[in-house]
Design a protein around this ligand. Structure first.
Ligand SMILES: NC(=O)c1ccc[n+]([C@@H]2O[C@H](COP(=O)([O-])OP(=O)(O)OC[C@H]3O[C@@H](n4cnc5c(N)ncnc54)[C@H](OP(=O)(O)O)[C@@H]3O)[C@@H](O)[C@H]2O)c1
Length: 258
């Protein structure tokens, strides 16, 4: 697997406004998996403090890693090969608007769920945009926007005792190659290539379904995600081993099909 990771994965990962639980969890897990992660914030000093605490926890897990984790301003995180937007829905415009220049042409991943929470649980917020991912794509028309990681809970990502092995990640987007890069990144986290869930507009359902998952998990006191044990293409790729993953389009290839 390491040959596959070295050959076809982005070298650096930026997590914009990754100071919240989900951004911290993703940053921690990706650093543990060997990526060079820049955790961003609107406040670089805060990001540095958060990254320092996370690195202490990474050390606590006792795993050696070829990766790194640093806390920086969002503008610096935006310079990475692939950039994950981990801001609260309410903050997406403020976080992304100043970064449109730096993000030009990049793969940008939205894990944003526009959800509200009240005494009855989680609910989809009324928004003008059909989905957060499509809103991000509208804000960043020169980027290749992909939706992913919506159903991985922050508490799971941050729990040193929790394994993500076997967790499925739904990945949606309108660019095959960008989606393939993110699907391979999923493999870094879970040992499974992310599931191609279709076009970016699928984010409407993926994001909203998170409220259902939260409700079920609360009701039954579990931390379940989604499972698709019979997705044949995915299982076929896994069965043929690491070399097959490497056959996915290269990160820096210029050919792109919708
Ligand atoms: N928590 C989960 O389990 C989970 C699971 C799946 C997906 N998600 C999604 O992942 C994203 C991050 O989740 P989270 O729970 O970590 O979110 P969060 O703690 O509410 O916010 C994350 C970061 O967004 C920035 N931010 C917050 N409010 C803002 C505002 N009004 N304007 C500008 N920036 C603002 C802050 O970063 P700085 O101040 O440092 O810039 C904050 O630390 C969310 O979109 C969420 O829907 C969360």
């Amino acid at each position: 697997v390491s040959a596959f990771l070295a050959g076809g994965l982005p070298q650096s990962l930026g997590v914009l406004s990754g100071t919240g639980p989900h951004g911290r969890g993703l940053a921690r897990r990706f650093a543990l998996a060997g990526h060079d992660v820049r955790l961003g914030s609107r406040d670089a000093v805060r990001a540095a403090m958060v990254a320092e605490r996370l690195m202490a926890r990474v050390g606590h897990v006792g795993r050696s890693t070829a990766g790194s984790l640093s806390g920086v301003g969002n503008d610096e995180a935006a310079q990475c090969d692939v950039v994950i937007i981990a801001a609260a829905w309410e903050g997406c415009d403020e976080v992304l608007s100043p970064l449109t220049g730096q993000l030009h042409g990049k793969v940008v991943v939205s894990c944003v769920n526009p959800l509200g929470f009240d005494a009855t649980g989680a609910h989809r917020l009324p928004t003008d945009a059909p989905s957060a991912a499509e809103h991000v794509a509208a804000l960043l028309p020169d980027c290749r926007v992909v939706g992913a990681f919506h159903h991985l809970s922050a508490s799971l990502l941050l729990d040193p005792a929790a394994s993500l092995a076997g967790s499925e990640v739904l990945v949606c987007g309108d660019r095959y190659e960008a989606k393939a890069i993110v699907r391979r990144l999923c493999h870094s986290l879970t040992g499974r290539v992310g599931i191609d869930a279709g076009r970016l507009e699928m984010a409407r359902h993926i994001e909203a379904f998170t409220a259902v998952l939260i409700s079920i998990n609360k009701q039954y006191g579990v931390q379940s995600g989604v499972a698709f044990p019979q997705v044949p293409a995915l299982r076929a790729i896994e069965a043929t081993g690491p070399m097959a993953f490497g056959e996915l389009p290269d990160l820096h290839s210029t050919s792109e099909s919708a």
